[in-house]
Design a protein around this ligand. Structure first.
Ligand code: F6R
Length: 260
C-alpha cells in the first residue's frame, strides 16, 4: 500500500485527481469507480476544472458508483444519483449511457445486484476505484463485520454511519437504514484503489485501515490485500499513523510523484 500525506484537503484532492488523470491518459476509455460523500468533492471539483481547461476528456469513460440509499429515488436531493449529477456528471462529458449507479428503488434487489456485478464484468472491470472511509472504517457501505469477499448486495447501515450521515438530512430519522453497495470483494477486484481521507474524525479509521490488522471490523483494512492501493490523506487524517516518516521518504524518492 502506498500512503501519501498532503498538507491539507485541497492538496489531497489535487493529488488524487492527478492520479485519476494519469489513468485516463494511458487509458482514455477507462472504467472509473466513483464514491460519494463529502471527501471526494474536492477531487471531483479538480477533475471538472481540468476538464474545463481541456486537460482531460471523459467522452470514452464508463463509471460505476459504489452505493446508493435504498428507498431514495434518483431525483431525491440526498440520493447518490443526485449527488453525482450535481457535483460531477453534469459538468463533464461522460455519455449518460456509460454512467452506472446502483438503483435505490428496484423491486428486486438480489436480481439488480447480480446484474450490477455482471455489468461491471461486461465493461472489463474497474480500472481505478475512488474510495472514502467511514469513521467506523467502512469502504462503500461495507459496515463492520461485512465479509471481506462480499459482493454487491443490500446492507444495513451501522448506527455510527447513520449518525455521521444525519448531517445531510433534515432529521436523523430521515436517513435510510439500508443501502445497496458494492461488496469488499467487488472493490478488491478493481485494478487500482484510491482512498481519500480528510480531517481528524478519520484519523483513527485511517490508522486502523493502514497499520492495523486486516479485519472485517474495519473493512478498509482489506486494502492491505490489494496490490495497487493508494491512500491519500491530509495532515489531520494522518495523525494516527506511526510509519509516517517511512511513507514520506518513499513519496519523496518517487521520481514521477506529483509535487506540491
Ligand atoms: C459513499 C461511500 C462511503 C463514504 C464514507 C465517507 O459512496 O462509499 O463509504 O466514502 O462514508 O463519507 P464522507 O466522505 O462524507 O466522510
Amino acid at each position: 500500500m502506498e500512503v501519501i500525506i498532503q498538507r491539507d484537503y485541497q492538496q489531497m484532492s489535487r493529488v488524487a485527481a492527478q492520479l485519476v488523470v494519469d489513468v485516463l491518459n494511458t487509458k482514455p476509455n477507462a472504467v472509473l469507480g466513483m464514491a460519494t460523500g463529502s471527501t471526494p468533492l474536492g477531487l471531483y471539483q479538480e477533475l471538472v476544472r481540468l476538464h474545463q481547461a481541456g486537460q482531460v476528456d471523459f467522452s470514452r469513460v464508463t463509471t460505476f458508483n459504489l452505493d446508493e440509499y435504498v428507498g431514495l429515488p434518483a431525483n431525491h436531493p440526498q440520493s447518490y444519483h443526485h449527488f453525482m449529477d450535481e457535483h460531477f456528471f453534469r459538468q463533464v462529458n461522460i455519455p449518460r449511457h456509460n454512467i452506472n449507479i446502483p438503483s435505490g428503488t428496484t423491486s428486486n434487489y438480489p436480481a439488480f445486484c447480480q446484474w450490477y456485478e455482471g455489468r461491471i464484468a461486461e465493461c472489463g472491470g474497474i480500472d481505478v476505484q475512488i474510495l472514502g472511509i467511514g469513521s467506523d472504517g467502512h469502504i462503500a457501505f461495507n459496515e463492520p463485520t461485512s465479509s471481506l469477499s462480499s459482493r454487491t448486495r443490500l446492507k444495513t447501515l451501522s448506527k455510527q454511519t447513520i449518525d455521521d450521515n444525519a448531517r445531510f438530512f433534515e432529521h436523523r430519522e430521515d436517513v435510510p437504514v439500508y443501502a445497496i453497495t458494492m461488496g469488499v470483494g467487488t472493490i478488491l477486484d478493481a485494478r487500482k484503489l484510491l482512498l481519500v481521507a480528510s480531517g481528524k474524525t478519520k484519523a483513527k479509521a485511517v490508522a486502523q485501515a493502514v497499520e492495523g490488522p486486516v479485519t472485517s471490523m474495519v473493512t478498509a483494512s482489506a486494502l492491505q490485500l490489494h496490490r495497487d492501493a493508494i491512500v491519500i490523506v491530509d495532515e489531520e487524517a494522518a495523525a494516527g499513523l506511526t510509519m509516517r516518516e517511512y511513507y514520506e521518504f518513499i513519496y519523496a524518492a518517487k521520481p514521477a510523484a506529483p509535487r506540491t
